[in-house]
Write a protein that binds this ligand. Structure first.
Ligand SMILES: [Zn+2]
Length: 363
């Protein structure tokens, strides 16, 4: 859908250096298990030079040996050449090899005559608040060009509103000199819903970063300055890919504040009866999202924390709801697809005119 690689690394393909070719020749022509020290040095230095614009502390190097060699020859090469190369790179790059979680992976492909490398993404975790009812959580990519830019989207690749994703991602992309970014939110709120309280958890993934040790406090200040009055972030820390999954699977109760308008005057006594009440709501997938979601019935608990009449036909309410309950439909009833709902409980036509998430509770 978007204009970034489908895997979480960037692959910079394609250079063939003289040292590499000569090393390869030495493997072919003097295949005796020993390698020219100066060629190995030259190859390591070429790799170092090519990676000089990237900040990294650890590396992994792999080799794909010529298909024409026998298995015995390959295993000898693996033992002799690969081992010597790791040692050489360690001293030339002045970085440690890391076999499980390297910042950079280098592959020497003797068949394609290429040296490829992949830069591991940088992950940043934190919480965001959203104070605007005109900001989406994620970028809405142009459905015609899928983000590449076309006449329909005036070459922007996206449609519509500003997003939390961009307001956080762009300053981070600049600071880390990343090629692109991906935003992973722990759930989402609608465009017209503010995210208040302690905010919502997210992980920002920076792809192909040239810097990986940038100051997160500086980033936080920068985001909060440029996105002032729209969004803010706090508690930024370095994170990892595993946290993206954990965050996505988190099922937290949420506290909402809603302003509800009614078609008929509200009876205060009826309103007060609802305080402290708790229900298991049966909710059929709302009509407004049914095009994008499968039509299921869900059961979610909800509790009325407090309620306050504001005017003849308006009241405000704080509810505590289980993850996955659609609040707007719990208010209006969604043609009775959500049961019970405020409209049925108050025997009135209710609609949610303003909604805020005021707290996401720890599961
Ligand atoms: Zn387009």
């Amino acid at each position: 859908m978007r204009n970034v690689p489908s895997i979480n690394v960037l692959v910079f393909k394609g250079f063939v250096c003289k040292a590499f070719l000569r090393t390869m020749q030495s493997i072919y022509f003097s295949f005796s298990g020993s390698f020219s020290e100066s060629l190995l040095q030259e190859l390591a230095e070429y790799i170092k030079k090519s990676l000089q614009s990237f900040e990294f502390n650890s590396f992994l190097v792999g080799c794909s040996f010529p298909y024409s060699l026998s298995e015995d020859e390959k295993s000898l090469l693996k033992k002799e050449f690969h081992f010597a190369l790791v040692k050489k790179l360690e001293s030339v790059l002045e970085k440690k090899p890391d076999f499980s979680n390297p910042h950079i992976s280098i592959t020497i492909d003797f068949n394609a005559r290429k040296i490829n490398w992949e830069i591991r993404s940088v992950f940043i975790e934190g919480n965001y608040n959203k104070f605007s009812r005109k900001i989406a959580q994620t970028i809405f990519f142009c459905p015609k060009c899928k983000g590449n830019g076309c006449a329909y989207c005036r070459q922007k690749g996206k449609l519509g509103l500003e997003s939390v994703e961009e307001l956080i991602g762009k300053p981070a992309q600049k600071l880390f000199q990343a090629s692109s970014f991906l935003f992973h939110g722990s759930g989402r709120e609608d465009v017209d819903v503010c995210m208040l309280g302690n905010g919502r958890g997210f992980v920002l993934e920076l792809l192909g970063p040239k810097k990986r040790l940038a100051d997160l406090k500086k980033l936080e200040i920068e985001i909060n300055k440029t996105a002032k009055k729209k969004i803010s972030v706090h508690s930024l820390v370095f994170s990892n890919k595993k946290r993206v999954i954990e965050l996505k699977e988190k099922r937290s109760f949420k506290k909402y504040h809603c302003i509800i308008d009614c078609s008929k005057p509200i009876l205060e006594t009826k309103l007060k009866e609802l305080v402290g009440k708790e229900w298991v709501v049966l909710q059929q997938t709302p009509l407004r999202v049914i095009k994008r979601r499968s039509d299921l019935e869900r059961k979610r608990t909800v509790k009325i924390v407090s309620i306050q009449k504001k005017s003849k036909k308006q009241f405000e309410v704080t509810v505590l709801a289980e993850a996955g309950l659609y609040i707007k439909e719990f208010v209006n009833g969604d043609s009775n697809r959500t049961k019970p709902n405020f409209s049925s409980l108050l025997e009135n036509d209710c609609s949610c005119t303003q909604l805020d998430v005021i707290e996401i509770l720890d599961p």
